[in-house]
Ligand binder design. Structure first.
Ligand SMILES: Cc1ncc(COP(=O)(O)O)c(C=O)c1O
Length: 298
């Protein structure tokens, strides 16, 4: 448990003890590049990675194809492919964490497919069990059948959960949920941008981004500095909840929109309008910060 949290940048930043054998690299963030230059940010990170790989001491590279809890950060197209190809040149396996964005959410069954590549190991969870506890690590047997890999046996292979998982996969395929998610994501984004105009809040939206039904609304103090507006995010989430829309914020100030893939078009449009209204009301001071403080983490 300690080790699992220790490889997660979000948890380490929040205070979990970092695994001493893990090195963290920046994630390419086109809106706020760590090197101040969105045109070179991906290449700079790949160069940093390559310098580590030549040392022959890296066992594996773990990456989320979209950094979700970090703020729904979508890397530049081709970054994941370049990363996987670089690792392959050095014989280092890549683990793609698709726990949050996999299984059709981003418009493909796996998000890595957008870059036309396949990692060595994929991790799945959340939607896989359709509400029942189920996760999976999919990879080559020379890695997964190694002795130290056998753990978590109490819950492994539970017949009820695995039956649910098989049913989930059947529904995703039968109802063509990946391509549906792609289309619905576009619908949400355009409905939200229109609603933001109507509510007069375009100047506090730094960016609406995402793929398919993984969408982030980046709330900022102003469009010039693009400083994240954490307080507005907290108040908005609370007001949206009062108005009947449940969402959360990630990366400090980014509203995370990840509805069920079975959401209807009208629900999505209504959700976009309610969120825009919640932002407007939160900004206008209509949400009592004291009330929100009672909710830890909001
Ligand atoms: C991207 C990502 N990976 C892994 C996990 C952890 O999954 P689990 O709770 O199944 O260990 C989470 C949980 O939120 C997640 O968001």
């Amino acid at each position: 448990m300690g080790i699992a949290l220790g490889v997660s940048g979000v948890h380490v930043e929040a205070g979990a003890i970092a695994d001493p054998d893990v090195l963290f690299l920046p994630f390419p963030n086109p809106l706020r590049p760590h090197n101040g230059d969105s045109t070179t940010v991906a290449q700079e990170i790949l160069t940093m990675l390559e310098a580590l790989l030549v040392g022959d001491e890296i066992a594996a590279v773990i990456i989320e194809p979209i950094q979700s809890d970090g703020g729904i950060i979508v890397p530049p197209a081709g970054f994941l492919a370049d990363l996987i190809n670089t690792c392959r040149l050095h014989g280092v396996p890549v683990i793609c964490d698709e726990v949050k964005v996999g299984l059709g959410r981003t418009g493909e069954l796996f998000d890595f497919q957008h870059d036309g590549v396949c990692p060595d190991i994929v991790t799945l969870g959340k939607a896989l069990g359709g509400g029942l506890p189920l996760s999976a690590a999919i990879g080559p047997d020379h890695i997964l059948n190694a002795n130290p890999g056998s753990a978590l046996l109490t819950t492994a292979g539970n017949p009820v959960c695995t039956a649910a998982g098989r049913a989930v996969l059947r529904v995703i395929k039968r109802e063509n949920l990946p391509s549906r998610s792609g289309a619905l994501g576009e619908l949400f984004q355009s409905a939200f941008v229109s609603a933001a105009e109507v509510e007069g809040i375009a100047d506090c939206i730094g960016e609406v981004r995402g793929r398919g039904l993984t969408i982030g609304i980046d709330l900022v103090t102003d469009l010039e500095s693009l400083t994240g507006n954490r307080e507005l995010a907290r108040l908005t989430v609370y007001r949206a909840y009062e108005l009947g829309v449940v969402c959360y914020y990630v990366g400090g100030h980014v509203l995370e929109i990840t509805p069920a893939l079975t959401v209807t078009e009208s629900e999505l449009v209504m959700g976009a309008q309610v969120l825009a209204r919640a932002i407007a009301q939160a900004r206008a001071g209509e949400v009592d910060p004291e009330k929100v403080r009672e909710f830890a983490g909001w």
